[in-house]
Design a binder for this molecule. Sequence first.
Ligand SMILES: Cc1ncc(COP(=O)(O)O)c(C=O)c1O
Length: 454
Amino acid sequence: MMKESKASAELNRIQIRVTPPGPEAKKIVKRDHDVLAKSTKSLPIVARRARGVFVEDVDGNVYLDMASGISVTNLGHVHPRVTARVEEQLRKLWHFAGTDFYYEEQVLAAEELVSVTPGSFRKKVFFTNSGTESNEAAIKIAKAATGKQQFIGFIGGFHGRTQGSLSFTASKPIQKKGFFPSMPGVEHVPFPDPYRNPFGIDGYEEPEELVNRTIDYIDRFVLKTYLPPENVAGFLVEPIQGEGGYVVPPKGFLRSLKKLADENGILLMVDEVQTGFGRTGKFFASEHFGIEPEVLTVAKAIASGIPMGAAIVHERLDFPESGLHSNTFGGNVLASVACIETIRVMKEEKVLDNVNRVGPYLKKRLQELSERYECIGDVRGIGLMLAIDFVRDRKTKEPARELRDRVEYKAFENGLILLSTGQSAIRIIPPLIITEEQADMGVEALERAIKASI
Ligand SMILES: Cc1ncc(COP(=O)(O)O)c(C=O)c1O
């Protein structure tokens, strides 16, 4: 059992008692490295407990969390209602294999989930345990429903790291290094990044031109040149690219892509694993862009940190027969109740209203920072899915990766947890319940980190 430190702090403000990583953190980091396989670790923060937007480490330091466990703890850490519901369930039933047997909690979770998913059609839910597994399910659903095997993904996209979803993932070379061939049959096309795109268009000034050029490229140079639509099952796209750098496409892009997909009998499969569950100020980012995806994947925040994901599809796309796909833990009872309660809290406590109030406020504060610091080339995002991009030179937009990494580390030393994304951006993704005062606290810590890094 881990000892509670006598110096255990109130979790309501940033408090750095010892420059992190402190002595206790260092010991655990070493033990971690001795026994855990390498993954994608970034900062040596060793958490002991958390509440709301604050996290305490094993040395008694308290941090403001602007990473939310990679956009998972959207209701804040250890939300009292979700905690109480899971605790109650722990004494009744934990697991019963919801793919093979029945229990009401899984049904209720699916009912709640479809009630907040865009689309005025009947839907079916396949529960999974992660984002990558949700995309694996979506790929199989698309193949089974269309009888086709080819797909189109986007450069800069991220969809997970198992072999099927990895074949779409294309935001960093390391993700695929040494793992070829992954699932065959995936072609990649450019994503309309308004800030840096292969067409050389300023997408903030000319959004329509950027959309037209992207759609035209896919239509003329891919579908009409070498990839017959009759063989293409689906496009897999993030409404806002997450791991690729928080890239928000021009408003009209997804509607145009849907039109192209419909004209060619191709499914539009939308990965809302990172954009979903209120992060952008609506339950799903698709709602900002006026589309109703027939295939939508989710995970991360849907059960507030109990592992859970889902592929939510138009009823007509359901697997044609039983046995084509299944798993052991999907729709697990504890995950299901956490998901139900998460959705109810989101609705009843008007969490989206807070995102729509604090999100624009925080973005404005970040824009003010960019006016003071030349090294911030771009501030982008919707709701509380925000990012700042560091550049060597505003004209060339050359990514300033080392500076970005220094800022991330200095912020950590100042008691602010941040997470990088893309080549040179830092994402700002606090729990959705953050207040304006707490957002100010974060911006101040960030500014100190920038000053110390340039
Ligand atoms: C858009 C998107 N899809 C899929 C995934 C994969 O999710 P997981 O790590 O739960 O497998 C992620 C993870 O960051 C993601 O951002």
